[in-house]
Write a protein that binds this ligand. Structure first.
Ligand SMILES: Cc1cc2nc3c(=O)[nH]c(=O)nc-3n(C[C@H](O)[C@H](O)[C@H](O)COP(=O)(O)O)c2cc1C
Length: 196
């Protein structure tokens, strides 16, 4: 059975760069046989959080929220492409994820951080790790850290130059780590229903 993986990306900027990394991750996971969907927060365009999904009476959540809840509930794993604004996670990604809680539980997640500079968004990635843990995901220890993003991936999401080569070398371990935990979590969910 192919792993169903959702890849989340949350920049709303007109000139956003992280879409390159999101496209790269989607393509890389697809090439390994996974069923992958990009969830682009800007395209989903949820409003600033008012009611969480679970706060709507059953069947009354707005269609975009209902559709996304179903995708999250039925996914096997998640990847979060995480940029860095002032050392922290991007508001578009945070706003989207905060709409849900229980829908995230009992699946693994991996973080691919990036930034315009050499620090590759790792400060934001560290904060994001804690946030995902709070939301009931098991965050794998392998990360991708991409920076400067403009010197690593071209506009088509293709690796470029020495930084692109380094990303290509890092990707298999990142994907293997997530795949191992994805298989483990699925086997455990089948063996024993989650306790809550
Ligand atoms: C509001 C804002 C704050 C930023 N803060 C940081 C930062 O703290 N660290 C960093 O490395 N880059 C920072 N940058 C540069 C971003 O890494 C760079 O703009 C990146 O392309 C943002 O992702 P996006 O293009 O997908 O929106 C910041 C950019 C913006 C717009």
């Amino acid at each position: 059975m192919a792993d169903k993986i959702l890849v989340f990306y949350g920049s709303y900027r007109s000139d956003r760069m992280g879409i390159r990394l999101a496209d790269y991750v989607v393509a890389g996971l697809k090439a390994r046989g996974a069923e992958v969907e990009l969830i682009d927060a800007k395209a989903v365009d949820l409003p600033m959080l008012d009611r969480m999904y679970k706060e709507y009476p059953k069947g009354e959540a707005p269609p975009a929220l209902e559709a996304l809840a179903e995708k999250i509930r039925t996914a096997d794993a998640f990847v979060f492409v995480t940029g860095e604004y002032n050392w922290g996670p991007q508001p578009g990604l945070k706003n989207l994820t905060d709409h849900f809680l229980e829908e995230w539980f009992w699946r693994p997640a991996a973080i691919a951080s990036y930034s315009a500079g050499r620090f590759s968004g790792v400060r934001s990635g560290s904060i994001w790790h804690a946030i995902l843990s709070e939301m009931g995901m098991v965050v794998v220890s392998s990360t991708l850290a991409v920076g400067p993003i403009s010197q690593t991936l071209d506009a088509d999401g293709q690796p470029t130059g020495p930084a692109g080569d380094a990303l290509q070398r890092a990707f298999p371990r990142f994907a293997d780590d997530l795949a191992w935990w994805t298989e483990a979590a699925r086997a455990q969910r089948e063996r024993k229903a989650p306790p809550y």
